[in-house]
Design a protein around this ligand. Structure first.
Ligand SMILES: C[S@@+](CC[C@H](N)C(=O)[O-])C[C@H]1O[C@@H](n2cnc3c(N)ncnc32)[C@H](O)[C@@H]1O
Length: 503
């Protein structure tokens, strides 16, 4: 197993965690000390709000915040007072500007999260943020990214039911492994970058969790192994093949080839019932809808799949975002790199970039269910259940009419109805059912559909409910069934209605 060695031994990391906690360098204690503004500033890579919150204070907690979060020099004596003998910690420290000061060589960030399995608090080990406080600095080639919006998104969409084995592919600082350890018996973390393996091992050791860390590309370190869950936020940035590609965000593939390799390689590594969850970018080319491009990757796997495109950027917006991420804004290289990148996209016929979420399910069905949604809308936190319900919901929506009608369905308790219309009007112009969880889907319903759906409480079969509503509305029951069934199927596919009995 990969050790935190090269950085710290596991025993030293455990001891460091104890000292960090007792000195108040835990998420809640730091949040209290810095206040919301200080904390929010750090999330924007601005240390000044936090620095002002600490002005004049000197105690072990302040020393640790200054050293490990604000990247400031601290007196060696003060750090010794906080952490004890600094000698074993030498691999994560560097000399400060003055002889009697030291500074952190890596970031150790307090990190807390809540999931279905409780509240968790610990730390993430990563490289220091190079662009803190607007500094112009390019990251080192083997830079290991810490907490990022993308890591949080992937953690939010991961299915959190307990499983035996999971793979965190492209583990980086180990954030996904930390989340996986709350509900997975055995977590394997892989990364191409040896420095990332070291950081993941250190994160694991600081948090007292077991992670089987392995170095190598894509699925190579897990050849012949299968998992119940694979999660990955791979280096999906599509950039020209020059020497300046950064391992934390760019692979060595052309265009979206790395994301494609993650998807196409998954089936051979998923146990029956297993799933792959990927945060990715894909090329939108002039000659092909994005759905067709991704369908071509997914079809050979034989898996069910739910793909949500969250955003579509034009090539120039995309290039600008990633040039800024690389710290190139304001440098002489900027215009040259911009032009190279734009030429690269043009040569590949790339007219846009899709950003989104792919989930593949190894359900083993002969007829895979594959769905593509353009879904830029706001979603609820904690999407695991929304992804988990997809394969069953998609199949429920395709049941024969007789089965649909003979089944007692239950309306998701988180569905609310919204009536829209002019103030004072006798009847609403629009009636909308909205799911208050997951993807926050909404559907317009009419009186009959609302009455039938609203009556679905898992007691009476759908056919009986439709007949009763037909009676109430003085409508023909057979005609109402014919009218409602095609409109009820999307409600099943979107999880408004769930199966309770009868199948
Ligand atoms: C965007 S970071 C994601 C880190 C972390 N999983 C998270 O959620 O924040 C992508 C990671 O993939 C790693 N990586 C790059 N190329 C890879 C490859 N071919 N195989 C496996 N990992 C790779 C990088 O070193 C980096 O740590």
């Amino acid at each position: 197993m990969w050790q935190a060695a090269g950085v710290l031994s596991v025993a030293v990391a455990h001891d460091l965690a104890d000292r960090l906690r007792s000195a108040g360098y835990s998420y809640d204690a730091v949040a209290e000390r810095l206040g919301a503004e200080g904390l929010d500033g750090l999330a924007r890579n601005a240390t000044i709000p936090a620095d002002r919150a600490l002005a004049g204070a000197r105690d072990p907690q302040v020393t640790l915040i200054r050293a490990f979060a604000l990247q400031q020099d601290v007196p060696a004596a003060a750090l010794t007072a906080a952490l004890g003998d600094l000698e074993p910690l030498a691999p994560i420290l560097a000399g400060g500007t003055d002889a009697d000061t030291v500074r952190a060589a890596i970031e150790i960030r307090p990190y807390a999260f809540t999931d279905d399995h409780g509240e968790h608090s610990g730390w993430l080990a990563s490289d220091l943020t190079p662009t803190l406080d607007g500094r112009l600095a390019e990251p080192r080639d083997d830079f290991v990214l810490g907490l990022s919006p993308a890591s949080v998104t992937l953690a939010q969409l991961t299915m959190r039911n307990p499983r035996a084995r999971a793979l965190d592919l492209g583990a980086g600082c180990g954030i996904q492994s930390l989340h996986l350890a709350t509900h997975i018996d055995h977590v394997v973390a892989t990364d191409l970058n040896p420095r990332a393996c070291t950081m993941t091992a250190l994160t694991a050791a600081l948090n007292g969790i077991d992670v089987d860390v392995r170095q190598g590309s894509l699925y190579q370190p897990v050849e012949g192994e299968r998992f119940d869950l694979i999660v990955t936020n791979p280096p999906y940035v599509m950039s020209p093949p020059d020497a300046s590609r950064l391992v934390y965000r760019e692979g060595s593939f052309t265009a979206d080839g790395l994301v494609r390799a993650v998807v196409t390689g998954a089936a051979a590594h998923l146990n029956p019932g297993g799933a792959l969850q990927v945060l990715g970018n894909w090329a939108i080319t002039v000659d092909q809808p994005w759905q067709d491009r991704l369908a071509g990757w997914i079809a050979p796997t034989g898996c069910d799949a739910l793909v949500l495109q969250r955003e579509r950027l034009d090539p120039f917006e995309y290039i600008e975002i990633w040039l800024a991420d690389a710290g190139l804004v304001g440098t002489p290289d900027y215009a040259v790199r911009y032009a190279e990148w734009a030429d690269y996209f043009e040569a590949l016929g790339i007219v846009g970039v899709g950003l989104g979420w792919l989930t593949l399910y190894n359900t083993g069905h002969a007829q895979p269910e594959v769905r593509f949604d353009d879904w830029p809308h706001q979603v609820h936190a904690g999407l695991g259940d929304a992804f988990a319900e997809f394969p069953d919901a998609a199949r429920a929506a395709r049941l024969p009419d007789d089965t649909l009608l003979g089944t007692a369905w239950t309306l998701d308790p988180a569905v609310t109805s919204e009536a829209l219309g002019r103030p004072g009007a006798a009847d609403p112009e629009h009636l909308v059912f909205r799911r208050g969880t997951g993807f926050s889907r909404a559907v317009e319903v009419d009186t009959a559909l609302a009455a039938v759906t609203g009556a679905c409480d898992g007691d009476l079969p759908l056919g009986v409910l439709i007949d009763a509503v037909a009676d109430l509305l003085d409508a023909d029951a057979a005609a109402l069934r014919e009218d409602l069934l095609p409109r009820l199927r999307p409600l099943l596919a979107d999880g408004y209605l769930r199966r309770v009995t009868g199948l």
